[in-house]
Design a binder for this molecule. Structure first.
Ligand code: ADP
Ligand code: MG
Length: 244
């Protein structure tokens, strides 16, 4: 503004300065969000209650909105068989997209790790018992691969070289205890790289693992924020393979 450039200070200038700028008048764009699917698992103590508390913790993450909760599943352990049965579920969570998919997904993974730690998860054998396991299954339509920074890599050659973050989750497509609850929420979803829908993958896993491998035992009651008996599937919004 010419007046200001010349250092003139007048009432008119003061009035101009109190006007909101053109940028401020523009409607603010809503923060971009991504629909993520997070798998929950627990098999120590009251596992169903742990999942309930875990779901509330996820819903309370900054910028997150809980968009759906699957039924609760009772699942036989995979890998290490000599341990208590698991309880598994999946939630749909709308989260901030971040400046790019890697950053957004990594921010969510770090939040999941923080919640796991808050629930007392300790480092134990892979596949072994756990207080609360949170896996980032799907992050919108994005395939994400983030290498672990070298400083954070384990020197122990016995430890499997797991990617720091791989989305869709590397073994989600094979595991009925992930696919069954995920299919409650999004049967038509086609995660990037799968070439098939969640419902198709679930059908194959069910054939392979048998009908009793992961039965649903309860469903989520949004009114009470907890599990209730009955496994009739409520009609949930299926985002299908809609790009987000
Ligand atoms: P799992 O869930 O396969 O039984 P863990 O929960 O012990 O195994 O996870 C081991 C590591 O897997 C984590 O430290 C994390 O960095 C890495 N990881 C890679 N991709 C993902 C993902 N999509 N969700 C969660 N963890 C992941
Ligand atoms: Mg995990």
């Amino acid at each position: 503004m010419a007046g200001r450039e010349h250092g003139r200070s007048s009432r008119a200038d003061a009035a101009v300065q109190t006007q909101p700028s053109a940028a401020a008048r523009r409607p603010r764009p809503r923060a971009r969000r991504v629909r993520a699917y997070v798998g929950l698992g627990a098999n120590l103590g009251d596992a169903a209650a742990t999942l309930t508390a875990g779901i509330h913790a996820l819903a309370a993450l900054p910028g997150a909105r809980l968009a759906g909760v699957s039924r609760l599943y009772a699942t036989k352990p995979v890998g290490v068989m000599d341990q208590p049965e698991f309880r598994n579920a999946v939630v749909a969570l709308d989260v901030p997209a971040g400046p790019d998919p890697e950053t957004g997904a990594l921010a969510l993974l770090l939040a999941l790790k923080m919640v796991e730690r808050a629930f007392g998860r300790q480092a134990r054998e892979r596949w072994g018992p756990r207080e609360l396991d949170l896996d980032l299954l799907v992050f919108g339509c994005h395939a994400v691969n983030v290498e672990r920074p070298s400083a954070a890599r384990s020197d122990d050659p016995a430890k499997p070289a797991v990617q720091w973050l791989q989305v869709p989750h590397a073994s989600a497509r094979e595991r009925l205890f992930v696919l069954a609850p995920l299919a409650d929420l999004a049967p038509g979803l086609r995660p990037p790289g799968w070439g098939e829908s969640v419902a198709t993958a679930r059908g194959r896993a069910k054939n392979a693992e048998g009908p009793d491998a992961a039965p649903p035992i309860a469903r989520w009651d949004p009114a009470t924020g907890g599990w209730r008996p009955g496994v009739a599937l409520m009609r949930l919004q299926d985002p299908g393979d809609k790009r987000r």
